[in-house]
Design a protein around this ligand. Structure first.
Ligand code: DHB
Length: 309
C-alpha cells in the first residue's frame, strides 16, 4: 500500500528521518533501520568531526522546535565506515547527507564518496542556517549554480539537494530554472525556516544559546511553507527530479497533503525528535485510514494530484 518508486528503487514506505534527527551515531542510525521508515539519512557530514554550537541549542514548543546545532557530527570517515557495514547487510539504499561548508570541502568530500563503494543517494545540503558567518548557500542563486556545475563535472552517483524555504514566486521560478540545468535525482524541500526566534516570556529571554537565540524553525509552524515549496518545485522541475517533502509532518494527514503536492519521499524531523522512532508506524497507520476512507490502495493514485479551484 505504501510502496514508492524513487529513481530505480522501490521503498516500502515513503517515510524517513530528516537529516539531523536521530542520525548522528551508529546506534541512532540502527534504530531507524529497525523502524517503519522506508529508508534513512545520516546527519550532514563534514570532513572532520565537529562538536557543534554551545548548548542549549535545541528547544521544543507545542507547535515545533528551534535549533542551532552548528553541524555536530562524527566526521566523514565514521559515516563512510557505517555505510560500508550497512551495505554488507542490507540492500535498501540509504541516504548520505553532505554538508556544504565551502566549495573546496564539498568537492573533496564528494570525490571521496564518488571513489567509495557507497551506492545510495547523496543529499547535498545547501541550506544549513546555523554556522555563524556562513550564509545559506541556496539563497545565493549564482553560487548554487556554480557549485552544481563543479560537482556534476565529476560526480556520477545519484545526488539531490536540500533546499531552504523560498517565499516568493519569482524565486521559485529562478531557482527551478537553475536546478533544471542539472541531472539532479531529487530536491528536498524544506530545511528549517532559518533564523526564527523563540522567546521565554517569563524569563524575558531567548531559549537557545548560539547566535543570540536565532535558529532554524521546524514542526507544525512550517507546514504551509513546506507544502508551497513542494508544490512549486513539483510543478516547475523536470519530471526526472523527484521531490522529498519535509516540514511539519506530524500526522497521517500531513503526510497525505505532502504527497498530494507531489512529494515522493517524506522526511520527519521535529516530530521524530519529540516522539522517537515509533512516529513512523503511527503516521503510516493514520495515512492508511485516510487512504482506505478515500478508496486509494496505493500512493500513486493521488500523488501530485492536488486540485486547484
Ligand atoms: C544544522 C542545521 C541544519 O538545518 C542543517 O541543514 C544542517 C546542520 C545544524 O545546526 O547542525
Amino acid at each position: 500500500m505504501f510502496e514508492v518508486t524513487f529513481q530505480n528503487y522501490t521503498f516500502q514506505s515513503p517515510l524517513m528521518n530528516a537529516s539531523g534527527v536521530h542520525c548522528m551515531t551508529s546506534e541512532e542510525l540502527n534504530g531507524l533501520i529497525d523502524s517503519r521508515a522506508g529508508t534513512f539519512i545520516t546527519k550532514s557530514v563534514t570532513r572532520q568531526k565537529r562538536q557543534g554550537n554551545p548548548e542549549p541549542r535545541y528547544y521544543e514548543t507545542t507547535l515545533g522546535s528551534i535549533n542551532s546545532m552548528g553541524l555536530p557530527n562524527l566526521g566523514f570517515d565514521y559515516y563512510l565506515d557505517y555505510v560500508n557495514e550497512y551495505q554488507k547487510n542490507f540492500s535498501t539504499p540509504m541516504f548520505f547527507s553532505v554538508a556544504s561548508m565551502s566549495m573546496q570541502e564539498n568537492i573533496e568530500t564528494l570525490k571521496k564518496l564518488e571513489d567509495s563503494d557507497f551506492h545510495g543517494f547523496t543529499e547535498l545540503n545547501l541550506s544549513c542556517p546555523n554556522v555563524a558567518g556562513k550564509p545559506q548557500v541556496a539563497y545565493d542563486f549564482a553560487l548554487t549554480e556554480q557549485i552544481l556545475t563543479e560537482i556534476f563535472s565529476f560526480y556520477t552517483k545519484p545526488l539531490g539537494v536540500k533546499l531552504p524555504p523560498y517565499f516568493d514566486i519569482a524565486h521559485f521560478d529562478q531557482i527551478a530554472t537553475i536546478l533544471n540545468k542539472f541531472p539532479l535525482t531529487f530536491v528536498n524541500s524544506i530545511n528549517s525556516v532559518g533564523n526564527g526566534l523563540i522567546i521565554d516570556p517569563d524569563k524575558e529571554q531567548v531559549v537557545i544559546k548560539p547566535k543570540e537565540g536565532f535558529g532554524g524553525i521546524g514542526g507544525e509552524y512550517i507546514k504551509p511553507t513546506a507544502l508551497a515549496n513542494v508544490r512549486a518545485f513539483y510543478t516547475r522541475l523536470n519530471p526526472s527530479i523527484q521531490i522529498i517533502g519535509t516540514g511539519g509532518i506530524v500526522s497521517g494527514q500531513d503526510a497525505f497533503e505532502h504527497l498530494l503536492c507531489g512529494a515522493s519521499m517524506l522526511q520527519i524531523g521535529t516530530q521524530l525528535y519529540k516522539e522517537g522512532t515509533s512516529v513512523f508506524a503511527r503516521i503510516l497507520d493514520e495515512l492508511a485510514v485516510i487512504m482506505d476512507t478515500k478508496g486509494y490502495s496505493n500512493i500513486q493514485q493521488f500523488q501530485g494530484k492536488l486540485k486547484t479551484i
